[in-house]
Design a protein around this ligand. Structure first.
Ligand SMILES: [Zn+2]
Length: 434
């Protein structure tokens, strides 16, 4: 544990720290961010609380609030106190900008050092940072945490997969940080180069920035001979380091001395009890540059009730199974791509590469899953392929309670990503144009 004085706090001590930090944050934010002041004034809410439960009176913050304040409208300090900015990728609209003060960067480094320690990391480790460096928070976020913990830090950034493999081998990397789908690509590339990563010094991976299934975890662990832990974060709240799995691999400890987590019903927006699924909502407690009150992440998860045997007392959120944005509705049933992945990665003969393809057939939406077969499959064995295809379709139907068309495709025919994998391909607009 990197900071046991916080990570293993008693619940009473944690709550009083949270109340004090929340009061301070609300006062600062009301004073300095017109968007929040206007919202609270309009709702007739004073920016003061007696207990944490009072937070449920406050309005939510959504991505559009941050877009409308572009670029610096949500900052709570003058620009001369900001030392860094990052931004979201902008794949689903205008980008948003987030700013960090010196203290924000310090706190972030501490949280990422906790994360690397969660993976068993110490000052003796060599961390290969394969997340992209730049406006994306992944690269620099992990980088500062790795240096804070005293690890040898390799700032290789993403891309050039053969070189990633070569550096893993030659530099004696012990901890790899990247997206889980890129970890698979690195392992496959090593195989093509005639190398087995299990012979390298690598012992752990900290993987995040996209939802992935537990089966995929087992697959990466097997391919690389490592322990793979899931990490969670988002730029609007911090970047990586908001929450991390420990070696128990059963839920991600939320850094509750810096963030309050709520799970709300996405329809009614009412908080749900621990253990129930809903949308994850975060309130920052210590952020100075860009504090957020009740930010709706659109990620679906739940609080795992009970204590963790690792000794950390921060509550755990379950690994994110999907985003409300990615959710597909297939004949009335809610389906997340990660549920499909969980099924696929349990079937021998198929590779962990798939894409959900949405198209139009007449006026109807059509959903089809394209799945790569394992590299050694003989494509001339039509009967075997058909029986594999049927097995995949049957297992998806029984796991998801809705049947989805399945098409087997040749090895390496689905585009590989060096960052976040593109799991859903939406061709509906093209079909309409045709
Ligand atoms: Zn734990």
């Amino acid at each position: 544990m990197y900071q046991p004085e916080f990570e293993a706090m008693s619940s009473d001590a944690l709550e009083s720290l949270q109340v004090q930090r929340l009061q301070d944050m609300l006062a600062r934010t009301y004073e300095n961010v017109p968007l929040y002041r206007d919202k609270l004034d309009a709702a007739g809410i004073s920016p003061t609380i007696e207990a944490l439960s009072d937070l449920s009176r406050f309005p939510f913050t959504v991505k559009d609030d941050m877009r409308s304040a572009f670029p610096y409208g949500m900052f709570a300090v003058p620009l001369r106190e900001i030392v860094r900015v990052h931004s979201s990728s902008g794949t689903t609209g205008q980008i948003t900008v987030v700013g960090y003060t010196k203290r924000d960067i310090e706190n972030w480094a501490d949280m990422m050092a906790r994360t690397i320690a969660c993976a068993g990391g110490t000052a003796d480790d060599i961390v290969q940072v394969t997340y992209g460096y730049g406006l994306f928070t992944g690269g620099l976020g992990v980088h500062y945490g790795s240096e804070r913990l005293g690890c040898v830090t390799i700032p290789i950034s993403g891309g050039n997969t053969k070189r990633q493999v070569q550096v893993l081998k030659d530099f004696g990397t012990t901890i790899l940080a990247c997206t889980p789908s890129y970890a698979i690509l690195i392992a496959e590339t090593a195989q093509e180069m005639g190398l087995d990563i299990r012979d390298f010094s690598l012992k752990a991976g900290i993987f995040g920035a996209e939802p992935w299934s537990d089966n995929m975890r087992r697959q990466v662990e097997e391919l690389m001979g490592i322990k793979a832990i899931d990490i969670y974060g988002l730029s609007e709240v911090l970047g990586p380091g908001v929450a991390s799995e420990c070696s128990e691999q059963h839920g991600l400890h939320v850094n509750e001395d810096h963030f309050l987590i709520e799970i709300v019903d996405p329809d009614t927006l009412q908080p749900v009890p621990d253990g129930e699924y809903g949308e994850v909502v975060f309130t920052t407690l210590t952020k100075e540059g860009i504090p957020v009150i009740r930010y709706r992440t659109r990620d679906i998860s739940r609080i795992i009730p009970g204590a963790c045997s690792c000794g950390r007392t921060f509550r755990r959120m379950e690994r994110v199974t999907g985003r409300t944005d990615d959710m597909l509705i297939v004949r009335g049933v809610n389906v997340f791509p990660s549920q499909i992945e969980q099924v696929l990665t349990g079937i021998p003969g198929v590779a962990p590469h798939y894409q959900v393809v949405l198209s139009k057939r007449g006026s109807m939406d059509h959903v089809e899953v394209h799945v790569e077969v394992a590299p050694d499959t003989d494509f001339d064995e039509i009967r075997e392929l058909e029986s594999l295809r049927r097995q995949v379709a049957d297992e998806i139907a029984s796991a998801l309670a809705v049947s989805i068309d399945v098409k087997l495709v040749e090895p390496k025919s689905i585009e590989r990503s060096q960052g976040k994998a593109k799991r859903v391909l939406d061709l509906r607009a093209e079909n309409e144009g045709a």
